[in-house]
Write a protein that binds this ligand. Structure first.
Ligand code: ZN
Length: 398
């Protein structure tokens, strides 16, 4: 079977079967380009873990957050517009909410003709934002934080392709099926010749599989690749992968070609967590060592936020769930954590006026990302140890 890769569409099956949304820069692009002349877009990030939904906590939290906003919206028309958007979200929570996901993200705006709902498989802090634009930074932050794993499952006759991201998996809707001659209908062929034919065919199949994998890896930005199947088949595919993709192979895992999506997901998840634990341990060790030696690493709010301000952070290291109140400079954007006995009178970086912010950690993460750095959120066992060392840390570029 000749395969013309340009003629087949290879798509992720929309939301996967469990109903999660796979975020990509392309999905969010229309939202990043959207802006109204004045405030009119509601962005809601809501914790929808089962207990929150069952006890009605989600709707209660939405109402409380909406009340806080209303205290600061004085214009009558704007108040009405705001309440209308909140009402849409409330109705959705009451009547249409689906189970999947840890965080429900909704963007709603009648004037912008906007209603987008995302079921995100990871936890994002609950909040409500009313602005001229959709509030995307928390989504962009988690997108950066998780790696995209491409998964190639192969037998001698078939291949299946998956994308694993944020602990969830979706299968590409194209599966390659190469015809292999039936052993019982070999007609006049000699056994040797038949065997050679089957082997040629299998080689061709492994080669096509590698080609498709390489194509998808590039198109969908697979940061790591997992090969699944028997060791023999996986080895064959691996041999045909272009070097750049082969170097991204993070694991080879035994699996059956017809294993369920859930089985595949659980196997990749175990591998991802193992890799993540290793990376976390390495980075924590690196930052502690560097800070001790006074080299390219700092620990603690004061030094880390200074490095953030100077744009020197390569990797910001933060335990999952860390929040800390403080101030943001209205002139230079500098961040100060509330660790002082008395609040500063002015920005220590530029002398500008300060405003109170409820969480400097979140703002620091976004600043690091916007200056080309990355964020390492510690989730594994190393988290507790790191909290003792300095709570927050950063590996520096220079
Ligand atoms: Zn300042």
């Amino acid at each position: 079977m000749a395969i013309n890769l340009d003629q087949i569409r290879i798509d992720l099956i929309g939301d996967d079967e469990r109903g999660f949304d796979f975020l990509s820069p392309e999905t969010l692009k229309p939202l990043t380009e959207l802006a109204l002349p004045s405030r009119g877009i509601l962005s809601a990030y809501l914790d929808i873990s089962p207990e929150e939904v069952a006890t009605g906590q989600v709707r209660l939290k939405l109402k409380n957050m909406a009340r806080e906003w209303l205290e600061n919206i004085t214009d009558k028309q704007e108040r009405r517009a705001f309440e209308e958007e909140v009402g849409r979200v409330e109705n959705y929570l009451r009547y249409e909410i689906r189970e999947p996901g840890r965080t429900l993200v909704i963007f709603s705006s009648k004037p912008a003709d906007l209603w987008r709902v995302f079921h995100v498989p990871v936890r994002i802090r609950t909040r409500l934002v009313w602005d001229e634009r959709p509030y995307l930074r928390p989504l962009l932050t988690v997108m950066d934080e998780y790696e995209r794993y491409g998964v190639v499952l192969v037998s001698r006759e078939e291949s299946r392709f998956f994308l694993f991201y944020m602990g969830e998996i979706a299968e590409y809707s194209f599966s390659l099926y190469d015809y292999v001659p039936n052993r019982h209908k070999r007609g006049g062929w000699s056994q040797a010749r038949f065997q050679r034919h089957v082997d040629d065919h299998a080689l061709h199949h492994f080669k096509s599989t590698a080609e498709i994998a390489a194509r998808l890896a590039e198109r969908d930005n697979w940061q790591r690749v997992v090969l699944m199947g028997t060791y023999e088949n996986v080895a064959q595919v691996k041999e045909y992968l272009p070097k750049a993709i082969r170097e991204r192979v993070a694991g080879e895992i035994p699996a059956g070609i017809h294993d369920s999506v859930n089985v595949i997901r659980d196997k990749v998840l175990a591998l991802e967590q193992e890799i993540e634990r290793q990376i976390e341990a390495q980075r924590v060790e690196a930052v502690i060592t560097a800070a001790e030696k006074g080299q390219n690493g700092v620990l603690g709010y004061a030094d880390v936020l200074l490095a953030v301000q100077e744009g020197r952070v390569d990797v910001l290291i933060v335990p999952e769930g860390l929040e800390h109140p403080g101030w943001e400079c209205e002139r230079c954007g500098g961040l100060i954590a509330d660790i002082l006995a008395k609040p500063p009178d002015a920005c220590p970086y530029c002398g500008g006026p300060l405003k109170v912010v409820e969480d400097v950690v979140d703002l620091a993460m976004q600043k690091v990302l916007s200056t080309g750095g990355t964020v390492e959120v510690l989730r594994g066992p190393i988290r507790a140890q790191f909290e003792k060392e300095g709570i927050i840390g950063a590996l520096l570029r220079y």
